[in-house]
Ligand binder design. Sequence first.
Ligand code: KG4
Length: 338
Amino acid sequence: MKITILGIESSCDDTSAAIIRDGLMLSNVIAGQAVHREYGGVVPELASRAHQQNIIPVISEAIRRAGTGKSEIDAIAFTRGPGLLGSLLVGVSFAKGLAASLGIPLIEVNHLQAHVLAHFIRTAQETETPSFPFLCLLVSGGNSQIIRVEGYDEMEVIGRTIDDAAGEAFDKCAKVMGLDYPGGPIVNRLAVGGNPRAFSFAKPHVSGYDYSFSGLKTSFLYTLRDCLKADAHFITHHQEDLCASLQATVVDILMDKLKKASIDLGIKELALAGGVSANTALRDTFTDYARRYGWKIYIPPLAFTTDNAAMVAITGYFKYMKKEFCGMDVVPFSRVIL
Ligand code: KG4
């Protein structure tokens, strides 16, 4: 019997729905929210309202593109958290209503676990999937973690940020330079023409496999403050070098700890996940480390780096196989639990 799962993602500022049948992705629709751009960051209240507007068209479109009828859906998987509570409530409530009306089970999904399991989504292009155990560097706007993955539902966070996430460092430094939100992709684009060694910024000294990015942010800010005293147009004159140096520092910080974890734990199978894994310098350095240290690496297709419902649906599929359903009394959670 074929198992068809509808996945729903609404944890932050992307409303997404996807259909996966027996692990194969049939559709993955994502509606972003341009409304936050003028505020330089996600405004939770506006995000919830946009989810309310988007959720029905997005789910209808995912079902239409998959060529399935609603009656063919076996279960609904939804992101329970972590994320913005108001945003999560929209997806959770809609999932409950639809599951009740179709008389099918509900499956709660941890957003972070879903980012890791995105590596197991099957598409028309055949790709190799990681074998257990592997280490996953999960880097996004809200998280920077090294996760030891022992199985589909067996994951341990062995390192995490003690303050800001890597994506936040990109976004906040970009904001200081007067760039749009989200700043990460813009910094990435501008960095291409810059010198990664033009400026040096502070790197953290944190124990174990944990990360810290708040010092880098401050160091970046102080550099700009000092240089602007001598040249009022310093940012425009040095934008590409600033972006390249910032990006190189973030990548160095991320890769240093990942390498340490790989050596200490003797795990040479490694994967990237999360929005920041779209960064080309991170991807290039990851590939370079793989050559140097004999790693077998997995880099997600760009469509699966940012928030998407296909990763929720694949996680739901694995949980469906183990009959891990949840009740109608389930509520979202905003904080990290993995
Ligand atoms: O996983 P994600 O889509 O969502 C949340 O964390 O909610 O990650 C978004 C983050 C943002 O901080 C964004 O600036 C960053 O990923 N990002 C990038 C790139 N593309 C997205 N950072 C650096 N380089 C990129 N190419």
